[in-house]
Design a protein around this ligand. Structure first.
Ligand SMILES: [Zn+2]
Ligand SMILES: [Zn+2]
Length: 262
């Protein structure tokens, strides 16, 4: 069953439209892999966000598909993350209300508090009604934050340069964003955080390491950003990739760093 998912202008989570959506456990049965979702924004509350949305009124602004759902390990309440794919933005807003009528069908049982739910299951006809009113923009090639140039961190052994890490999974901008949303920007090896040390200017710098050795990779496997990717600082990343085809595990890295918590 499709669903509407509300996006707040201000979010305490590392949500990114069409990429990652954080939600409470009570919506777990609704947001399952394969679910088609329509993004929704409620009424504009803070004028500072007027320019970053399509309309100040409640409206729909894009569609996507839930690809994976992961537990948010930082949550004590069992919150979850959905990883989304196939995001398409609407060129113009589709307003939630036309005249006196809402595009969503509000069940009588929920008449008083329907709009308070951030995640709302809708039937296929409602999904189509909303999408038919939208002009879908083409699939977005997401503008990623600039990747650190991995070549700059090539290891040199006795004068022979060897490219040590530049797998496409580690460079893929969407996987990178998803991994950062899940794991944060702090190195899983040594705990280094660019922003803490260098301040705002360096915020966002981190390497994303793919922990399944590529040699064991059968090509068709889907990369799971929660289990397969970890943030590492350039130093730790160099260490785990020091020997070609013998990438260290994060546990090995922690043993080397003895005493530093992983
Ligand atoms: Zn590190
Ligand atoms: Zn790596």
């Amino acid at each position: 069953m499709p669903a509407v998912i509300a996006e707040n202008d201000v979010s305490q989570w590392a949500d990114q439209t069409g990429v990652v959506y954080h939600f409470p456990k009570r919506y777990q049965a609704i947001l399952t892999p394969g679910t088609q979702v329509i993004y929704y924004k409620g009424k504009l509350l803070d004028k500072a966000f007027a320019d970053s949305r399509l309309s100040p009124s409640p409206h729909y602004f894009g569609v996507a598909t839930i690809e994976q759902v992961h537990a948010d390990e930082a949550s004590s309440k069992g919150d979850l993350y959905a990883i989304l794919s196939d995001y398409r933005a609407f060129a113009e807003p589709v307003l939630a209300k036309e005249g006196d009528d809402y595009l969503e069908v509000i069940p009588d049982s929920k008449a008083s508090n329907y709009w308070r739910s951030g995640v709302r299951p809708i039937d296929g006809a409602t999904y189509q009604r909303i999408v038919n009113k939208a002009r879908l923009k083409p699939f977005e090639v997401r503008e990623a934050e600039p990747l650190p140039s991995l070549d700059e961190f090539e290891s040199r052994e006795e004068g022979h340069p060897s490219k040590v890490y530049s797998t496409r999974y580690e460079r893929d901008p969407k996987l990178r964003q998803q991994a950062i949303a899940i794991h944060g920007l702090t190195c899983k090896g040594c705990g280094f955080n660019f922003e803490k040390t260098y301040g705002e200017y360096a915020k966002g710098i981190i390497h994303i390491h793919h922990i399944v050795p590529l040699s064991e990779y059968q090509g068709s496997r889907v990369v799971d950003p929660e289990k397969d990717l970890v943030p590492l600082c350039p130093n730790c990343h160099s260490v785990v990739h020091r020997i070609k085809n013998a990438t260290l595990s994060i546990e090995d890295l922690c043993k080397i760093l003895r005493g530093v918590k992983c």
